[in-house]
Design a protein around this ligand. Structure first.
Ligand code: BTN
Length: 263
């Protein structure tokens, strides 16, 4: 049990309206999606110590081992303006995590578009933003965030498509999960108020990994190579192609060009 009553009180003061803490669950995103369907209030939060069926982007598996990681899913009921900003929620999570790590542990995270947080070029956090629709109306966003805290949370490198690390390895000391949780929640609510603003976009772009480098964006069905320029106001990634033309991609996985370093 890492959510002690004092942590729960502080989370409520930060803006969390309802809190479900589970020692073990399949996926906190599945729990939050079900809770949202049942009428959860804006700012409801699911946190688990262990996930047995944690999900990542593109149907990947996300492992959350007991006692070593943070798995949380925040339910946001979008305002009218936010219903037009669906492409920014993953970035909201990434900026919040990055700033939490800077402010709490003086680390220098980078954001690998669209939504991974890297430390020393290795992934320490993944974000899965999922939407609940009613027809064409965006009803809720579930912002799922998985953070590797202690070394036990890092899956063996041969099972990964991108190298991974954890906060403790980067900070060189023990890190309390509840402190990471509180700092992330505080930053999430802070940046939510400025979602879509020039300040928010700047906070994202300042930490954008591979800026000025040539990357490949890989998605089932397409594959684009270009130099990373920046994230655009809708959350897409602007690239410069080798012919000088610009292109904005809205989804995909970023890889450094294989010829450059094999990642
Ligand atoms: C990714 O890197 O592809 C995204 C990983 C997202 C993992 C988090 S852990 C909390 C929440 N519950 C899930 O099942 N997934 C997200």
């Amino acid at each position: 049990m890492f959510i002690v009553p004092a942590t729960a009180d502080r989370l409520k003061r930060l803006g969390i309206s309802g809190l479900r803490f589970l020692e073990e669950t399949g996926s906190t995103n599945d729990d939050a999606l079900a809770w949202a369907e049942q009428g959860a209030a804006d700012g409801s939060l699911v946190v688990a110590d262990t996930q047995t069926r944690g999900r990542g982007r593109l149907d990947r598996r996300w492992v959350t081992s007991p006692g070593s990681a943070l798995a949380l899913s925040l339910i946001l009921l979008p305002s009218l303006v936010e219903t037009t900003q669906a492409g920014l929620f993953a970035g909201l999570g990434a900026v919040a995590v990055a700033e939490a790590l800077e402010q709490g542990w003086a680390l220098k995270p980078q954001i690998k578009w669209p939504n991974d947080v890297l430390l020393g070029g290795e992934k320490t956090c993944g974000i899965l933003a999922e939407a609940v629709w009613s027809g064409s109306q965006l009803q809720a966003v579930v912002l799922g965030i998985g953070v590797n805290i202690a070394p036990l949370s890092v899956p063996s490198q041969e099972t990964l498509s991108f190298p991974a690390t954890c906060i403790e390895a980067a900070a060189g000391r023990t890190v309390e999960r509840q402190e990471v949780l509180e700092r992330i929640v505080e930053r999430l609510f802070f940046w939510r108020r400025a979602l879509g603003s020039a300040e928010f976009l700047d906070a994202w772009n300042r930490r954008l990994a591979f800026r000025g480098e040539v990357v490949q964006i890989v998605m089932p069905g397409y594959n684009i190579t270009g130099e990373v320029i920046e994230v655009d106001p809708a959350g897409g990634l602007r690239l410069r192609r080798s012919d000088g033309n610009e292109e904005t991609v809205l989804a995909g996985d970023v890889h450094l060009r294989p010829a450059e370093n094999g990642r």
